[in-house]
Each structure stands twice: as structure tokens, then as C-alpha cells.
Ligand binder design. Structure first.
Ligand SMILES: [Zn+2]
Length: 304
């Protein structure tokens, strides 16, 4: 947690402020596979050198041994608790443009879109994982395309609202994607973004063992300050920020524990519990303060 270095040669400037000056926070292999640095100018925390996320791996994930993961008891249970955890967001979107058009980028199997569709909204989902996309199409009759945003050819000014939930931390170029989202939204359009946050007691306490920083699929680690600045740079106006919690139950606790201890019997116990009524009865809200949700709007008249 020490050396100060400035990038030279094949530079990958900071996505937020374009500076090449950063300080190492965790060397490669300490928290996760990548080296994590903090920009000396704007404090953005990111993996450097930026690893290429192999989209092909993600597109195929859930096939083979994992086939049918969308239908596993814990997954179906998670879909149910998502509706509780995102109630405020769903209400905001439905109230912003009743009957309007909403797109979720990275919608997985489309639980939230299905709820918005049942409230009369016209929904489109983008989900590169073919298994999750197919599940959403077949179960909820949703329009889910197996594309990433840059492949989807969405017309400018065509949506009233957009959701990007736990996706931005995986992107190679978050600023570019935020600009694309601002462009597909109509003037005044609503945007809800959620991601893990790192201006937290849990990051200070757990450091390299913090539950999100260890994930090799995470390339960016935002704080309220850096994410707000990135949104403003992309042309959004921040409406509100919050730190929402999650619904937790015994099944989820056993699955997380089994995974981190690599004990499949504990994980299997979690899957078994997910099917039990008791599991729902024992569920409770937990807020560790490590999630950041920002609601933003496109200016009423598009300024470039
Ligand atoms: Zn920076």
C-alpha cells in the first residue's frame, strides 16, 4: 500500500479525469488478480493495467455444469427478494413515465423488468448471457436481447428510463457507456445506477478482504464522490443518492459461506433451505452501507 508511480508507455489514463498519475493500493494478487490503484488527481479506484473482461466467458456462463442456474431454488428466491430490495426504484421508474419505455442494461433474467411490464411499461432488456436472457423471454415474455449496449443499435432519445444495476463496476470504459445511456434517453429521462461503494467502514475494516474488492470481475471501485463526478461528466444531473440494504435469509447466508469456504455441502444446505417456508419467515433486511444507488436525470433539453 505504498509506491507512487506514474504510468508511462502504453498508458491507460483514468476513466474519470484522464490523469496518468496513480498510487498502488493493492498489488496484483493481494485483493484480487489485478493491481488496484487510486488516481492521484480524482481519487478513482480502478484495476491498472486494465484487464480485458472476456465477454465470451460471461456470455456462456451458466451452460455445462451450471445449466439451469436460473431455476435453482436460491436463484428463484433471489428474484423474489430483488422485488423487495428495488421497490423504491421500481416505483420511481413507474411514476416517472407511466406506460413509457424502459431499458435495463444487464437485466439478467429480467425480474425487475417483468414487474415494470406488469405495471404497463414497455420494457427492453439487454443481457449478453444467453441462458439468463432466454429464461426471461420464456418465463416473462420479455423483449430481452443478448447484446451489450454498443451492439444493440438503440435509437437516440428513445427511452424514458434506464437501469444499470451492478454492471458499471465490470465495464472497461464506464464513461463511454454512461454517455451512450444518456444518448438513448429522452430529454428529462430517468437513470438509476447501482454499484458497490468503497467510501465505507467495511472497506476500511476489511481492506483487501472486503467482499466486493476480491471479485476478479470488478474493474472499478466507486465512491459517492467519484461516481457522481463520472455521471456529471457524462451529462447527467444527480437527483438523489442512497445506500440501500438487501434482504438476507438463512439460505443466502449458507450459500455465501459454502462458496467462500469451498464446502459444497454447506452450499447444498443453502439450496435446500431456499425451498423451505422457514427461509422466508426468517428473512430480514440488512444494510452494510456498502451499496451506492444514484438516481439521475438527463437535462430537459439535450446539451452536448
Ligand atoms: Zn482520475
Amino acid at each position: 500500500m505504498s509506491s507512487t508511480t506514474s504510468g508511462k508507455g502504453a498508458t491507460q489514463p483514468c476513466n474519470l479525469c484522464e490523469s496518468n498519475h496513480w498510487k498502488v493500493v493493492f498489488e496484483a494478487g493481494v485483493a484480487q488478480e489485478g493491481r488496484i490503484v487510486r488516481c492521484l488527481q480524482c481519487e478513482l479506484l480502478y484495476v491498472h493495467p486494465r484487464k480485458r473482461i472476456e465477454l465470451k466467458d460471461y456470455r456462456d456462463r451458466g451452460g455445462g455444469d451450471d445449466a439451469g442456474w436460473e431455476l435453482s431454488p436460491s436463484s428463484l428466491e433471489r428474484q423474489k427478494s430483488q422485488l423487495r430490495d428495488y421497490r423504491a426504484t421500481l416505483n420511481d421508474v413507474a411514476q416517472h413515465a407511466p406506460g413509457g419505455k424502459v431499458v435495463e442494461i444487464g437485466c439478467s433474467s429480467g425480474t425487475l423488468l417483468a414487474e415494470l411490464q406488469s405495471r404497463g411499461m414497455q420494457c427492453m432488456g439487454l443481457e449478453p448471457n444467453g441462458h439468463a436472457a432466454r429464461y426471461g423471454r420464456e418465463t416473462y415474455g420479455l423483449d430481452i436481447r443478448t447484446h451489450i449496449l454498443s451492439e444493440a443499435n438503440i435509437e437516440k432519445d428513445s427511452f424514458d428510463a434506464a437501469l444499470l444495476l451492478h454492471v458499471i463496476e465490470h465495464l472497461e470504459n464506464p464513461l463511454e457507456v454512461l454517455c451512450q445511456i444518456r444518448t438513448l434517453l429522452k430529454p428529462g429521462g430517468l437513470f438509476v445506477l447501482e454499484t458497490p461503494r468503497y467510501d465505507t467502514w467495511s472497506f476500511k475494516l476489511f481492506g483487501r478482504r472486503e467482499r466486493n474488492v476480491v471479485d476478479n470481475w470488478h474493474l472499478y471501485f466507486f465512491t459517492k464522490k467519484t461516481l457522481s463526478a463520472l455521471l456529471e461528466k457524462a451529462g447527467f444531473i444527480i437527483e438523489k443518492t442512497s445506500s440501500p440494504g438487501r434482504t438476507v435469509n438463512p439460505s443466502r447466508l449458507f450459500i455465501v459461506l459454502g462458496k467462500s469456504l469451498r464446502l459444497s455441502s454447506i452450499e447444498a444446505l443453502g439450496q435446500w433451505l431456499a425451498k423451505r417456508k422457514l427461509n422466508e419467515l426468517l428473512s430480514f433486511p440488512l444494510n452494510l452501507g456498502d451499496i451506492l444507488r444514484i438516481t439521475a436525470k438527463v437535462p430537459a433539453s439535450h446539451a452536448q
